[in-house]
Ligand binder design. Structure first.
Ligand code: NAD
Length: 414
Protein backbone atom coordinates (compact mmCIF):
# COMPACT_ATOMS: atom_id res chain seq x y z
CA UNK A 1 0.00 0.00 0.00
CA UNK A 2 2.86 2.40 0.82
CA UNK A 3 6.20 2.72 -0.89
CA UNK A 4 9.33 2.54 1.28
CA UNK A 5 9.84 6.24 0.87
CA UNK A 6 6.34 7.05 2.08
CA UNK A 7 6.85 4.84 5.08
CA UNK A 8 9.95 6.63 6.27
CA UNK A 9 9.11 10.18 5.45
CA UNK A 10 6.33 12.67 4.94
CA UNK A 11 6.21 14.52 1.66
CA UNK A 12 4.80 17.82 2.91
CA UNK A 13 7.18 17.90 5.87
CA UNK A 14 10.05 17.43 3.44
CA UNK A 15 8.89 20.42 1.40
CA UNK A 16 8.96 22.60 4.53
CA UNK A 17 12.32 21.24 5.68
CA UNK A 18 13.88 21.66 2.24
CA UNK A 19 12.72 25.29 2.13
CA UNK A 20 14.28 25.99 5.51
CA UNK A 21 17.48 24.34 4.41
CA UNK A 22 17.57 26.21 1.11
CA UNK A 23 17.00 29.57 2.71
CA UNK A 24 19.50 28.87 5.45
CA UNK A 25 16.96 29.60 8.16
CA UNK A 26 18.23 26.63 10.08
CA UNK A 27 21.51 24.86 9.56
CA UNK A 28 21.13 21.57 7.65
CA UNK A 29 22.77 19.58 10.43
CA UNK A 30 19.96 20.65 12.77
CA UNK A 31 17.38 19.32 10.37
CA UNK A 32 18.79 15.84 9.98
CA UNK A 33 16.81 14.23 12.81
CA UNK A 34 13.61 15.87 11.60
CA UNK A 35 13.73 14.35 8.14
CA UNK A 36 12.30 11.04 9.27
CA UNK A 37 9.65 10.09 11.80
CA UNK A 38 11.08 8.25 14.80
CA UNK A 39 8.44 5.53 14.88
CA UNK A 40 5.44 4.48 12.84
CA UNK A 41 2.86 2.01 14.10
CA UNK A 42 0.34 0.59 11.68
CA UNK A 43 -2.32 -2.01 12.52
CA UNK A 44 -5.33 -3.78 11.03
CA UNK A 45 -7.29 -5.17 13.96
CA UNK A 46 -10.66 -6.95 14.12
CA UNK A 47 -13.66 -5.71 16.10
CA UNK A 48 -17.02 -7.39 16.61
CA UNK A 49 -19.96 -5.41 15.28
CA UNK A 50 -23.31 -5.36 17.13
CA UNK A 51 -24.78 -7.74 14.51
CA UNK A 52 -22.06 -10.32 15.20
CA UNK A 53 -20.05 -9.63 12.04
CA UNK A 54 -16.35 -8.75 12.16
CA UNK A 55 -14.88 -5.50 10.83
CA UNK A 56 -11.19 -4.90 10.20
CA UNK A 57 -10.08 -1.50 11.49
CA UNK A 58 -7.00 0.27 10.09
CA UNK A 59 -5.16 2.42 12.62
CA UNK A 60 -1.95 4.44 12.90
CA UNK A 61 0.21 6.04 15.55
CA UNK A 62 3.25 8.05 14.55
CA UNK A 63 5.83 9.38 17.00
CA UNK A 64 7.65 11.90 14.87
CA UNK A 65 10.23 13.07 17.37
CA UNK A 66 10.82 12.62 21.10
CA UNK A 67 13.97 14.63 21.75
CA UNK A 68 12.14 17.04 24.05
CA UNK A 69 10.01 14.47 25.86
CA UNK A 70 7.18 11.99 25.36
CA UNK A 71 5.17 12.27 22.15
CA UNK A 72 2.04 14.42 22.24
CA UNK A 73 -0.75 14.50 19.71
CA UNK A 74 -4.37 13.65 19.10
CA UNK A 75 -6.06 10.59 17.61
CA UNK A 76 -8.55 11.32 14.83
CA UNK A 77 -11.31 9.07 13.56
CA UNK A 78 -11.90 9.76 9.88
CA UNK A 79 -12.57 7.71 6.77
CA UNK A 80 -9.83 9.51 4.81
CA UNK A 81 -7.03 9.29 7.39
CA UNK A 82 -3.85 7.86 5.92
CA UNK A 83 -0.28 7.41 7.01
CA UNK A 84 1.01 10.46 5.16
CA UNK A 85 -1.52 12.73 6.83
CA UNK A 86 -0.88 11.33 10.30
CA UNK A 87 2.88 11.65 9.80
CA UNK A 88 2.60 15.24 8.63
CA UNK A 89 0.39 16.11 11.61
CA UNK A 90 2.90 14.44 13.95
CA UNK A 91 5.64 16.59 12.39
CA UNK A 92 3.56 19.73 12.96
CA UNK A 93 2.99 18.69 16.60
CA UNK A 94 6.76 18.28 16.99
CA UNK A 95 7.27 21.92 16.01
CA UNK A 96 4.24 23.17 17.94
CA UNK A 97 5.17 21.63 21.31
CA UNK A 98 8.71 22.88 20.83
CA UNK A 99 7.88 26.48 19.92
CA UNK A 100 5.77 26.94 23.05
CA UNK A 101 8.43 25.37 25.25
CA UNK A 102 6.65 22.18 26.34
CA UNK A 103 8.59 19.08 27.48
CA UNK A 104 6.96 17.03 24.72
CA UNK A 105 7.82 15.66 21.33
CA UNK A 106 5.30 15.37 18.51
CA UNK A 107 2.97 12.49 17.65
CA UNK A 108 -0.40 11.82 16.04
CA UNK A 109 -2.79 8.93 15.63
CA UNK A 110 -5.58 8.00 13.27
CA UNK A 111 -8.30 5.41 12.82
CA UNK A 112 -9.58 5.01 9.31
CA UNK A 113 -13.34 4.89 9.92
CA UNK A 114 -16.35 7.08 9.45
CA UNK A 115 -17.58 7.21 13.06
CA UNK A 116 -21.16 7.71 11.82
CA UNK A 117 -21.08 4.13 10.50
CA UNK A 118 -20.65 2.73 14.03
CA UNK A 119 -22.84 2.51 17.15
CA UNK A 120 -21.67 3.77 20.54
CA UNK A 121 -20.76 0.24 21.68
CA UNK A 122 -18.84 -0.40 18.44
CA UNK A 123 -16.94 2.90 18.89
CA UNK A 124 -16.03 1.76 22.39
CA UNK A 125 -14.65 -1.53 20.99
CA UNK A 126 -12.69 0.38 18.35
CA UNK A 127 -11.23 2.76 21.00
CA UNK A 128 -10.26 -0.14 23.25
CA UNK A 129 -8.93 -2.08 20.25
CA UNK A 130 -6.66 0.84 19.35
CA UNK A 131 -5.10 0.74 22.82
CA UNK A 132 -4.75 -3.07 22.78
CA UNK A 133 -2.72 -2.72 19.58
CA UNK A 134 -0.45 0.15 20.61
CA UNK A 135 -0.36 0.20 24.43
CA UNK A 136 3.26 -0.91 24.67
CA UNK A 137 4.27 2.25 22.80
CA UNK A 138 2.19 4.78 24.67
CA UNK A 139 2.39 5.95 28.29
CA UNK A 140 2.91 9.11 30.35
CA UNK A 141 6.66 9.13 29.64
CA UNK A 142 6.46 7.60 26.15
CA UNK A 143 3.64 9.01 24.04
CA UNK A 144 0.50 10.77 25.30
CA UNK A 145 -2.56 10.83 22.99
CA UNK A 146 -5.46 13.33 23.09
CA UNK A 147 -8.71 14.00 21.19
CA UNK A 148 -8.71 15.29 17.62
CA UNK A 149 -11.20 15.29 14.74
CA UNK A 150 -14.27 13.15 15.73
CA UNK A 151 -12.82 11.97 19.04
CA UNK A 152 -13.93 13.30 22.44
CA UNK A 153 -13.56 12.97 26.24
CA UNK A 154 -15.67 9.77 26.28
CA UNK A 155 -13.31 8.10 23.79
CA UNK A 156 -10.31 9.28 25.85
CA UNK A 157 -11.90 7.74 28.98
CA UNK A 158 -12.41 4.35 27.26
CA UNK A 159 -8.81 4.45 26.09
CA UNK A 160 -7.50 5.37 29.55
CA UNK A 161 -9.55 2.55 31.10
CA UNK A 162 -8.25 -0.01 28.58
CA UNK A 163 -4.66 1.12 29.14
CA UNK A 164 -5.05 0.84 32.92
CA UNK A 165 -6.46 -2.70 32.57
CA UNK A 166 -3.44 -3.70 30.50
CA UNK A 167 -0.77 -2.16 32.75
CA UNK A 168 -2.62 -3.00 35.96
CA UNK A 169 -2.45 0.43 37.60
CA UNK A 170 -4.14 3.83 37.62
CA UNK A 171 -2.42 5.98 34.98
CA UNK A 172 -4.50 9.11 34.30
CA UNK A 173 -1.54 10.89 32.63
CA UNK A 174 -1.52 8.37 29.76
CA UNK A 175 -4.02 10.46 27.83
CA UNK A 176 -5.31 14.05 27.92
CA UNK A 177 -8.57 15.68 26.89
CA UNK A 178 -10.45 13.55 29.42
CA UNK A 179 -13.62 14.87 31.04
CA UNK A 180 -13.00 16.90 34.22
CA UNK A 181 -14.67 14.09 36.23
CA UNK A 182 -12.19 11.59 34.79
CA UNK A 183 -9.06 13.67 35.52
CA UNK A 184 -9.28 16.28 32.75
CA UNK A 185 -8.21 19.89 33.29
CA UNK A 186 -10.53 22.82 33.77
CA UNK A 187 -10.27 25.24 30.85
CA UNK A 188 -9.39 22.63 28.20
CA UNK A 189 -12.65 23.18 26.27
CA UNK A 190 -11.90 26.85 25.55
CA UNK A 191 -8.10 26.67 25.69
CA UNK A 192 -7.36 26.96 21.95
CA UNK A 193 -9.55 30.06 21.63
CA UNK A 194 -8.20 31.47 24.89
CA UNK A 195 -4.61 31.13 23.65
CA UNK A 196 -5.51 32.98 20.43
CA UNK A 197 -7.32 35.64 22.43
CA UNK A 198 -4.26 36.34 24.62
CA UNK A 199 -2.12 36.75 21.52
CA UNK A 200 -4.63 39.17 19.99
CA UNK A 201 -4.78 41.23 23.19
CA UNK A 202 -1.01 41.64 22.83
CA UNK A 203 -1.18 42.39 19.10
CA UNK A 204 -3.83 45.07 19.56
CA UNK A 205 -2.69 46.37 22.94
CA UNK A 206 -2.31 49.91 21.67
CA UNK A 207 -5.61 50.00 19.81
CA UNK A 208 -9.08 51.03 20.90
CA UNK A 209 -10.79 47.65 20.62
CA UNK A 210 -14.07 49.12 19.41
CA UNK A 211 -12.12 50.20 16.32
CA UNK A 212 -10.71 46.73 15.58
CA UNK A 213 -12.93 44.93 13.06
CA UNK A 214 -12.76 41.12 12.97
CA UNK A 215 -14.15 38.47 10.59
CA UNK A 216 -14.16 34.83 11.75
CA UNK A 217 -14.55 31.84 9.42
CA UNK A 218 -15.88 28.82 11.34
CA UNK A 219 -18.23 28.96 14.33
CA UNK A 220 -17.34 25.64 15.95
CA UNK A 221 -15.39 25.04 19.14
CA UNK A 222 -12.55 27.41 18.27
CA UNK A 223 -14.33 30.12 16.24
CA UNK A 224 -17.40 30.55 18.46
CA UNK A 225 -15.51 30.82 21.76
CA UNK A 226 -13.01 33.23 20.25
CA UNK A 227 -15.87 35.33 18.83
CA UNK A 228 -17.42 35.51 22.31
CA UNK A 229 -14.11 36.43 23.96
CA UNK A 230 -13.42 39.18 21.43
CA UNK A 231 -16.97 40.50 21.74
CA UNK A 232 -16.67 40.58 25.55
CA UNK A 233 -13.37 42.48 25.28
CA UNK A 234 -15.01 45.14 23.08
CA UNK A 235 -13.74 44.17 19.59
CA UNK A 236 -16.08 44.72 16.66
CA UNK A 237 -16.79 41.22 15.32
CA UNK A 238 -18.36 42.16 11.98
CA UNK A 239 -18.68 38.70 10.39
CA UNK A 240 -18.85 35.01 11.34
CA UNK A 241 -19.58 31.93 9.27
CA UNK A 242 -20.01 28.17 9.27
CA UNK A 243 -20.32 25.57 6.52
CA UNK A 244 -23.73 26.99 5.45
CA UNK A 245 -22.46 30.56 4.95
CA UNK A 246 -21.86 33.73 6.95
CA UNK A 247 -23.42 36.87 8.40
CA UNK A 248 -22.10 40.44 8.33
CA UNK A 249 -22.90 43.66 10.19
CA UNK A 250 -20.72 46.72 9.77
CA UNK A 251 -21.24 47.98 13.36
CA UNK A 252 -20.49 44.58 14.86
CA UNK A 253 -22.64 41.47 15.36
CA UNK A 254 -24.46 40.57 18.56
CA UNK A 255 -22.32 37.48 19.27
CA UNK A 256 -24.19 36.35 22.44
CA UNK A 257 -27.39 36.31 20.35
CA UNK A 258 -25.73 34.10 17.69
CA UNK A 259 -24.18 31.87 20.39
CA UNK A 260 -27.51 31.18 22.02
CA UNK A 261 -29.17 30.66 18.63
CA UNK A 262 -26.50 28.16 17.48
CA UNK A 263 -25.72 26.36 20.74
CA UNK A 264 -28.49 27.18 23.22
CA UNK A 265 -31.83 25.54 23.92
CA UNK A 266 -33.75 23.73 21.19
CA UNK A 267 -31.84 25.36 18.34
CA UNK A 268 -28.70 23.31 18.94
CA UNK A 269 -26.54 23.17 15.82
CA UNK A 270 -28.46 25.89 14.01
CA UNK A 271 -26.42 27.68 11.33
CA UNK A 272 -25.32 31.27 11.99
CA UNK A 273 -27.24 32.31 8.89
CA UNK A 274 -30.56 31.41 10.55
CA UNK A 275 -30.14 33.57 13.65
CA UNK A 276 -31.76 36.76 12.37
CA UNK A 277 -28.56 38.73 12.99
CA UNK A 278 -26.70 40.60 10.24
CA UNK A 279 -26.82 40.33 6.48
CA UNK A 280 -26.20 36.89 4.95
CA UNK A 281 -22.93 36.59 3.00
CA UNK A 282 -20.94 33.70 1.52
CA UNK A 283 -17.74 32.25 2.97
CA UNK A 284 -15.93 33.69 -0.03
CA UNK A 285 -17.26 37.17 0.82
CA UNK A 286 -16.20 36.77 4.44
CA UNK A 287 -12.63 35.95 3.53
CA UNK A 288 -12.43 38.99 1.28
CA UNK A 289 -13.78 41.57 3.78
CA UNK A 290 -11.75 44.71 4.41
CA UNK A 291 -11.17 44.15 8.13
CA UNK A 292 -8.35 44.64 10.63
CA UNK A 293 -8.22 40.94 11.41
CA UNK A 294 -9.28 37.80 9.57
CA UNK A 295 -9.57 34.59 11.62
CA UNK A 296 -9.71 31.33 9.62
CA UNK A 297 -11.02 28.87 12.24
CA UNK A 298 -12.53 26.12 10.09
CA UNK A 299 -10.47 24.27 7.50
CA UNK A 300 -7.03 24.03 5.92
CA UNK A 301 -6.23 25.62 2.55
CA UNK A 302 -8.96 28.28 2.51
CA UNK A 303 -6.54 31.03 1.45
CA UNK A 304 -4.97 29.86 -1.75
CA UNK A 305 -3.73 31.03 -5.12
CA UNK A 306 -7.29 31.59 -6.40
CA UNK A 307 -8.40 34.05 -3.72
CA UNK A 308 -5.22 35.44 -2.17
CA UNK A 309 -5.17 38.60 -4.28
CA UNK A 310 -8.66 39.44 -2.99
CA UNK A 311 -7.74 39.23 0.68
CA UNK A 312 -7.98 42.74 2.15
CA UNK A 313 -7.52 42.11 5.87
CA UNK A 314 -4.57 43.82 7.56
CA UNK A 315 -3.69 40.73 9.56
CA UNK A 316 -4.58 37.03 9.76
CA UNK A 317 -4.42 34.76 12.78
CA UNK A 318 -4.38 31.08 11.77
CA UNK A 319 -6.63 29.40 14.34
CA UNK A 320 -7.27 26.49 11.94
CA UNK A 321 -4.35 24.26 10.98
CA UNK A 322 -2.79 25.28 7.67
CA UNK A 323 -5.48 27.68 6.36
CA UNK A 324 -2.95 29.46 4.10
CA UNK A 325 -1.43 27.44 1.29
CA UNK A 326 2.27 27.83 0.64
CA UNK A 327 1.79 29.44 -2.77
CA UNK A 328 -0.49 32.13 -1.26
CA UNK A 329 1.79 33.06 1.60
CA UNK A 330 4.29 34.97 -0.51
CA UNK A 331 1.53 37.11 -2.00
CA UNK A 332 0.20 37.96 1.46
CA UNK A 333 3.70 39.01 2.39
CA UNK A 334 4.05 41.19 -0.72
CA UNK A 335 0.74 42.82 0.22
CA UNK A 336 2.02 43.52 3.75
CA UNK A 337 -0.56 41.29 5.40
CA UNK A 338 0.74 40.08 8.74
CA UNK A 339 0.23 36.37 9.48
CA UNK A 340 0.29 34.93 13.01
CA UNK A 341 1.12 31.28 12.27
CA UNK A 342 -0.91 28.26 13.40
CA UNK A 343 2.07 26.77 15.25
CA UNK A 344 1.66 29.52 17.82
CA UNK A 345 -1.91 30.75 17.28
CA UNK A 346 -3.73 27.49 18.04
CA UNK A 347 -1.25 26.05 20.55
CA UNK A 348 -3.50 26.88 23.55
CA UNK A 349 -5.05 23.40 23.34
CA UNK A 350 -1.79 21.50 23.60
CA UNK A 351 -0.54 23.85 26.33
CA UNK A 352 -3.55 23.04 28.51
CA UNK A 353 -3.14 19.35 27.59
CA UNK A 354 0.32 19.66 29.11
CA UNK A 355 -1.24 21.16 32.25
CA UNK A 356 -3.61 18.18 32.41
CA UNK A 357 -0.72 15.71 32.12
CA UNK A 358 1.22 17.64 34.77
CA UNK A 359 -1.75 17.78 37.20
CA UNK A 360 -2.33 14.02 36.76
CA UNK A 361 1.34 13.21 37.41
CA UNK A 362 1.49 15.41 40.51
CA UNK A 363 -2.00 14.62 41.77
CA UNK A 364 -2.99 18.31 41.58
CA UNK A 365 -6.23 20.05 40.59
CA UNK A 366 -5.73 23.60 39.32
CA UNK A 367 -8.57 26.11 39.38
CA UNK A 368 -9.56 27.86 36.16
CA UNK A 369 -7.77 31.04 37.12
CA UNK A 370 -4.46 29.19 37.49
CA UNK A 371 -4.94 27.32 34.19
CA UNK A 372 -5.63 30.54 32.30
CA UNK A 373 -2.87 32.59 33.91
CA UNK A 374 -0.32 29.83 33.18
CA UNK A 375 -1.61 29.57 29.61
CA UNK A 376 -1.28 33.31 29.15
CA UNK A 377 2.26 33.36 30.52
CA UNK A 378 3.42 30.52 28.27
CA UNK A 379 1.80 31.65 25.05
CA UNK A 380 2.81 35.30 25.44
CA UNK A 381 6.35 34.26 26.23
CA UNK A 382 6.44 32.21 22.99
CA UNK A 383 4.85 35.09 21.07
CA UNK A 384 7.48 37.55 22.32
CA UNK A 385 10.32 35.19 21.44
CA UNK A 386 8.94 34.78 17.92
CA UNK A 387 8.61 38.56 17.48
CA UNK A 388 12.20 39.06 18.70
CA UNK A 389 13.68 36.44 16.36
CA UNK A 390 11.61 37.75 13.44
CA UNK A 391 13.01 41.25 14.01
CA UNK A 392 16.58 40.16 14.67
CA UNK A 393 16.82 37.80 11.68
CA UNK A 394 14.43 39.64 9.39
CA UNK A 395 12.06 36.66 9.08
CA UNK A 396 8.30 36.46 8.90
CA UNK A 397 6.60 35.11 12.04
CA UNK A 398 6.17 31.59 10.62
CA UNK A 399 9.83 31.19 9.75
CA UNK A 400 10.84 32.66 13.11
CA UNK A 401 8.60 30.09 14.82
CA UNK A 402 10.18 27.26 12.79
CA UNK A 403 13.63 28.47 13.65
CA UNK A 404 12.95 28.62 17.40
CA UNK A 405 11.24 25.22 17.38
CA UNK A 406 14.01 23.46 15.48
CA UNK A 407 16.83 25.01 17.45
CA UNK A 408 15.20 23.94 20.72
CA UNK A 409 14.90 20.36 19.46
CA UNK A 410 18.48 20.45 18.30
CA UNK A 411 19.71 21.62 21.69
CA UNK A 412 17.82 18.82 23.39
CA UNK A 413 19.66 16.30 21.18
CA UNK A 414 23.06 17.27 22.56
P1 NAD B 1 -15.38 22.27 14.82
O1 NAD B 1 -15.71 21.06 14.05
O2 NAD B 1 -15.91 22.45 16.20
O3 NAD B 1 -15.86 23.58 13.98
C1 NAD B 1 -15.58 23.78 12.63
C2 NAD B 1 -16.43 24.94 12.13
O4 NAD B 1 -16.07 25.21 10.78
C3 NAD B 1 -17.94 24.68 12.12
O5 NAD B 1 -18.62 25.86 12.47
C4 NAD B 1 -18.21 24.33 10.65
O6 NAD B 1 -19.55 24.60 10.27
C5 NAD B 1 -17.24 25.28 10.00
N1 NAD B 1 -16.97 24.91 8.62
C6 NAD B 1 -16.83 23.68 8.05
N2 NAD B 1 -16.63 23.78 6.74
C7 NAD B 1 -16.64 25.11 6.46
C8 NAD B 1 -16.49 25.85 5.28
N3 NAD B 1 -16.31 25.23 4.11
N4 NAD B 1 -16.53 27.19 5.36
C9 NAD B 1 -16.74 27.81 6.55
N5 NAD B 1 -16.89 27.17 7.70
C10 NAD B 1 -16.84 25.83 7.65
O7 NAD B 1 -13.79 22.39 14.79
P2 NAD B 1 -12.86 23.20 15.80
O8 NAD B 1 -12.48 22.32 16.93
O9 NAD B 1 -13.46 24.54 16.07
O10 NAD B 1 -11.54 23.37 14.91
C11 NAD B 1 -11.45 24.35 13.89
C12 NAD B 1 -10.05 24.37 13.33
O11 NAD B 1 -9.12 24.62 14.38
C13 NAD B 1 -9.58 23.07 12.67
O12 NAD B 1 -8.73 23.40 11.59
C14 NAD B 1 -8.78 22.40 13.77
O13 NAD B 1 -7.81 21.51 13.22
C15 NAD B 1 -8.13 23.61 14.40
N6 NAD B 1 -7.69 23.36 15.77
C16 NAD B 1 -8.60 23.04 16.74
C17 NAD B 1 -8.16 22.83 18.04
C18 NAD B 1 -9.14 22.53 19.16
O14 NAD B 1 -8.72 22.52 20.33
N7 NAD B 1 -10.43 22.33 18.88
C19 NAD B 1 -6.80 22.93 18.35
C20 NAD B 1 -5.89 23.26 17.33
C21 NAD B 1 -6.36 23.47 16.05
Amino acid sequence: MYSDDELITCKKCRVEIDKMEEKNIVSPKNLKRLKHPRRILYANFPIKKDNGETDIITAFRVLYNDDLGPGKGGIRFHQDVDLDEVTELAFIMTLKTSVVGLPFGGAKGGVRINPRDYSETELERISRGYIKEFWKYIGPQEDVPAPDVNTNPQIMSWMRDEYEKLVGEKTPAVITGKSVEDGGSLGRDKSTSMGGFYILQEEFKNRDKSDVSVAIQGFGNVGSHLAQMLFDAGYKVVAVSDREGGVYKEDGLDIPKIMSCVYGGDNKNESVINCGEGEVISNKDLLELDVDLLVPAALGGVINRENVSDIKANAIIEMANGPILVNAEKILKDNNIRVIPDLLANSGGVIVSYFEWYQNLHDEKWDLEKVNSQLKERIIDAYNRIIDVAKKDDLDLRKAAYKIAIERINQAQK
